[in-house]
Design a protein around this ligand. Structure first.
Ligand code: GLO
Ligand code: MG
Length: 344
């Protein structure tokens, strides 16, 4: 098995199984117990929201934030874990009901920037310079609710303020086309990188591709990754899977479309992603049906599937690829890929 990739997931990926139609079905697991599981599951990186590190971030003083972040960091150190990034969780606060950076309410927009600065402070104490922005509620349910032109200006202005706040900070935009809002303003990596280039320091703004988010936009995740890689801007990935155009399912990587998973791994392999030291993040959810003792399998299985596919990419016969491409015989190439994946 290949072991040169570094893997991460977030504590929210160990969940209690609640969905919009029903309450939790598994007992909640304390943060310290979750962190204990990382190493044994073969994970080194921890994806973090600001309030995963410190509950009630908004109500704490700067000194309290620093103290609590340092305490959390020392737990990570003891467990041999690395924080991959910190992300401000702007979408759960009442202030962010109608969007955060693009809210129509000036006070809410100001809060969103202040809260993100708190997340940057936490990231600094934790020892990561990466801030992920998943722009969850930056969009609308009806077009007339906001001035979209102005909303994009707000986004650029907010990112500029964060870049100016910390000169070492790197911002990673995680695009998603919908859910929770009907129409999100930054739906794809093309939008994210175009936005990055309008900021005051484009070289410190990159992107993160999540499989399901690309699929929800009707796009091929491996091509979305290639687009970001070509620009030197693929700074993380959230691998998972999605069974068609439904709610964001966060299924086990490769479970709905193995061929698509193979191509995502292929593009990462061809680009030398493992050698960049950046993480392969998983953003996967256990099925609601899983009993507590089975509710970590989605993580282990996703990682194992990824590593098997790395081997599949590495062992694909190059000469077959070359001959088929030279002959423009893509039927033969397709069959060779499918046979290789099936092991025949
Ligand atoms: C939801 C997103 C979410 C983010 C996480 C990090 O659809 O994928 O899980 O990745 O909040 O910001
Ligand atoms: Mg994600």
């Amino acid at each position: 098995m290949s072991n040169d990739y570094r893997f991460s997931f977030g504590p929210w990926n160990i969940s209690e199984g609640a969905d919009p139609f029903g309450p939790p079905v598994r007992p909640s697991i304390p943060m310290a117990a979750k962190l204990k599981r990382y190493q044994e599951l073969g994970f080194e990186g921890v994806q973090l929201h600001d309030d995963d590190v410190i509950p009630d971030v908004d109500d704490k003083s700067a000194a309290e934030l620093d103290k609590e972040a340092a305490a959390y960091k020392s737990i990570l150190d003891d467990e041999g874990l690395v924080p991959e990034f910190v992300a401000p969780r702007l979408w759960e606060s009442k202030k962010g009901i109608d969007g955060a950076f693009t809210s129509n309410d000036e006070n809410c927009r100001r809060w969103a920037i202040d809260r993100s600065k708190r997340a940057i402070d936490i990231a600094n104490t934790m020892g990561t310079k990466l801030l992920v922005l998943w722009l969850a509620r930056e969009g609308t349910y009806i077009r007339e609710a906001k001035d979209a032109l102005q909303a994009h200006r707000y986004l650029i202005d907010a990112i500029n303020q964060l870049l100016e706040y910390d000169k070492d900070l790197e911002i990673i935009i995680e695009p998603k086309p919908n859910e929770p809002v009907d129409h999100a303003y930054i739906p794809t990596i093309g939008h994210a990188l175009a936005l990055a280039h309008q900021t005051c320091d484009p070289k410190r703004v990159g992107g993160l591709i999540e499989t399901a988010h690309a699929q929800l936009a009707g796009l091929d995740p491996s091509d979305e990754m290639a687009f970001a890689l070509a620009a030197g801007k693929l700074w993380s990935v959230h691998l998972n899977d999605q069974n068609g155009l439904k709610f964001d399912q966060d299924k086990t990587f490769g479970s709905a479309n193995l061929r698509s998973a193979y191509n995502q791994v292929r593009v990462l392999e061809l680009s030398g992603y493992a050698q960049t030291g950046r993480f392969v993040g998983l953003d996967v959810k256990a099925m609601r049906t899983q009993k507590p003792e089975q509710a970590l399998k989605h993580l282990v299985n996703s990682k194992e599937l990824f590593l098997h596919l790395v081997e599949k990419v590495r062992s694909f016969p190059h000469e077959v690829q070359e001959q088929c491409v030279a002959n423009r015989d893509y039927e033969a190439l397709e069959l060779a890929v499918l046979n290789h994946l099936m092991g025949v």
